[in-house]
Design a binder for this molecule. Structure first.
Ligand code: ATR
Length: 282
């Protein structure tokens, strides 16, 4: 038995990911969702342990709060300050951040290389912070965090520079971003701008900005092709959405819980099931 705690959880695609994987791999596992109120996170984690639940995913709004109820925390998740996967260990659960492992696996699959490349992160919320830690840990040559509120980008830059003892993470305003030099940035869009139903919107409207970008990833997956992706595609550049990140965060959690390895072919089958469940025909 595995499950998801969060609030709301009713429309989660995670049961499709895990129950399909269990089916394909012949593993005797059932995954369901549990709506948990904010003041019940610790009780939920203890209860899950008492019920012999193998693993849990954690979603909004509990990804930070759950960290107080864990036995151990993986170092990258600790640095990021957010946990989305709990794996049963002796006496409690160990926390991981497979959201970020999911993005890493999507980047690998699409041949988007972080090591020794300059990265632009658009936005400075929780997702941007996690992505900045990932890119620093994987050896990006520079990381520029672009945000409407520059102070929030500066906070991320200071946290990542401090943690890794580097000075290659910088914060800039949207105007400054448009004046950056270079033409091969890996740009990762992390804001909610462009999310359904606001599908024609994009945070940086100046199309010249996109000339600096070599490849783009939008962590949004609804719509399947965002405005950000369309601008890049129109300039002949590859652009990916966040649906594989969602797939692979689940795959990574499933692998941790079951001590197994999910092949590309199996992951592709799960991806098709997700698209079908979400009504995506592209
Ligand atoms: P998450 O934790 O999911 O990453 P978040 O904390 O809500 O999301 O962060 C949202 C990000 O999107 C922020 O960088 C926010 O910019 P501000 O820090 O300036 O608020 C950005 N964002 C959201 N809506 C925006 C808008 N309409 N224009 C500009 N930036 C926006």
């Amino acid at each position: 038995m595995c499950g998801l705690i969060g609030n709301p959880v009713g429309h989660s695609i995670s049961p499709v990911i895990h129950n399909t994987l269990a089916d394909i791999m012949g593993i005797d596992l059932v995954y369901t969702t549990f709506k948990v109120e904010e003041n019940q996170v610790e009780a939920a984690v203890k209860g899950a342990y008492a019920l012999d639940i193998l693993g849990m995913n954690v979603t909004v709004p509990h990804k930070q709060a759950v960290m107080r109820s864990l036995k151990e925390i993986d170092p990258l998740a600790e640095a990021i300050g957010a946990v989305n996967t709990l794996a049963r260990v002796d006496g409690g659960y160990k926390g991981y951040n497979t959201d970020i492992l999911g993005l890493e696996r999507e980047l690998e699959e699409e041949n988007v290389c972080i090591k020794d490349n300059p990265v632009l992160i658009i936005g400075a919320g929780g997702a941007a912070r996690a992505i900045a830690f990932l890119c620093a840990s994987r050896g990006a040559s520079s990381i520029t965090v672009i945000n409407r509120t520059v102070e929030k980008a500066q906070n991320i830059a200071e946290a990542v520079n401090g943690y890794y003892g580097i000075d290659s993470v910088k914060a800039v305003s949207i105007d400054q971003a448009c004046a950056l030099q270079g033409d091969r940035y890996v740009a990762i869009q992390t804001t909610s701008v462009g999310l359904y139903p606001d599908v024609d919107n994009v945070l940086i409207k100046d199309e010249n900005f996109y000339r600096k970008v070599g490849v783009g990833v939008d962590i949004i997956y609804n719509p399947y092709t965002t405005r950000f992706m369309k601008i890049l595609s129109n300039q002949g550049k590859p652009a990916y959405n966040g649906l594989k990140m969602l797939l692979y965060q689940g795959v990574a959690a499933f692998e941790i819980w079951n001590n197994c390895s999910v092949s590309k072919d199996m992951a592709d089958r799960v991806y098709e099931s997700m698209k079908e469940a979400m009504g995506i025909n592209e």
